[in-house]
Design a protein around this ligand. Structure first.
Ligand code: SF4
Length: 344
């Protein structure tokens, strides 16, 4: 038995959206056999004293029996209970009149809703028509029921002018005042996301620092820490420290609809797969997890950030990154290249 706690986030049902920034990637929606939940917990039970089970990885409450599902997640977790966080399904909020009452019952006080600009742009980035109107409908329902919406917007070169209109839209809907009336704060923030998963396909249109609209800077997440790509490259020039991805007291595992297992360090691609619950022996898979002994992590430990910046970085680019995200982007460029070479 290991000392660490385990959190399992299992993609049992999928997601109604196909967001262009999704770091988890666009896997098909599958419906897992309901009995797989306890099989997955039992797979890890001999090794970990506390296991928290989440039946969703992509969209919370996407299955129609979300109430029973929440109870079941609580019931099968071992010496631990799942939490609600600030995540909920705007798809379900817009369709299921009972859902907002469920959110209240389980103590949700805030729900994050993601925008990519106004109607056409948001629909295109979420991957389905009607998404923007659903986000507005979800906002209304939440406020009417005493839950504060938290609007998040992903910004790039293409949508920056539309994102700049979102604070005005929030003012028109009087979201701040209405949330304060029930003792909660409406919040709005903007960022460009890490450059992994689907979001790395948007590298070419990643926003440049001079193009972040002035009026959005107060809303930009940790704006003081935002660097341009050329600044990141300069900072990494003599860095030979390697890449350290470590689990602390808690290990979080993302499990795909096909039972592939990943850490939640970055995206769920072949390079990062730890193993598969149906194919791998539990003791061996748990050894790879606890010893952090995977193909990607072995390469990461010996990779040199300075050399990767020289190889994959663009020293002329004003595209914005947080330094840690940029290191992750460089490492993923390297791992993808090595994986391609190895798979030839
Ligand atoms: S970002 Fe979230 S809602 Fe969008 S496709 Fe990914 S998992 Fe689904």
């Amino acid at each position: 038995m290991f000392n660490q706690s385990l959190i399992l986030a299992v993609d049992m049902y999928g997601c109604p959206n196909r967001c262009k920034h999704c770091w988890l990637g666009h896997a098909p929606n599958r419906s897992m056999d309901e009995a797989e939940d306890i099989r997955i917990v039992d797979y890890f039970r001999p090794f970990f004293p506390r296991i928290t089970y989440y039946s969703w990885l992509r969209e919370p409450d996407f299955c129609n029996h979300y109430r029973q599902r929440w109870e079941r997640d609580n019931q099968i977790s071992v010496n631990a209970k799942p939490e609600r966080y600030e995540l909920a399904s705007f798809w379900r909020l817009a369709r299921d009149p009972d859902y907002v009452y469920f959110l209240k019952e389980v103590g949700v006080k805030k729900v994050q809703l993601t925008f990519f600009g106004l109607e056409e742009m948001t629909d295109r980035y979420v991957g389905r028509r009607g998404a923007f109107q659903e986000l507005l409908r979800a906002t209304e329902l939440l406020v009417e029921n005493g839950i504060a919406p938290r609007w998040q917007a992903f910004i790039n070169e293409e949508n920056r002018h539309e994102v700049a209109q979102l604070p005005g839209l929030a003012d028109t809907l009087e979201l701040r005042e209405r949330c304060r009336a029930f003792g909660e704060e409406f919040t709005f923030f903007v960022h460009s996301g890490s450059c992994d998963g689907e979001n790395c396909r948007l590298y070419d249109i990643r926003i440049t620092k001079p193009h972040i609209p002035e009026e959005l800077r107060p809303y930009y997440l940790n704006y003081d820490e935002v660097m341009t790509e050329k600044e990141c490259c300069e900072q990494l020039k003599n860095d030979s420290s390697g890449f350290a991805y470590h689990n602390g007291d808690t290990i979080v595992l993302n499990i795909s609809g096909t039972f592939d297992v990943y850490f939640n360090f970055t995206h769920m691609t072949e390079e990062w797969r730890i193993g598969n619950l149906k194919k791998d022996d539990p003791a061996e898979l748990v050894r790879r997890i606890t010893e952090e002994d995977t193909w990607a992590l072995r390469l990461a430990r010996t990779a040199n950030p300075g050399q990767l910046a020289e190889r994959y970085g663009n020293t002329q680019s004003d595209r914005v990154f947080f330094p840690e995200d940029y290191r992750g982007y460089l490492l993923n460029c390297y791992l993808e290249e090595r994986w391609r070479e190895m798979s030839r």
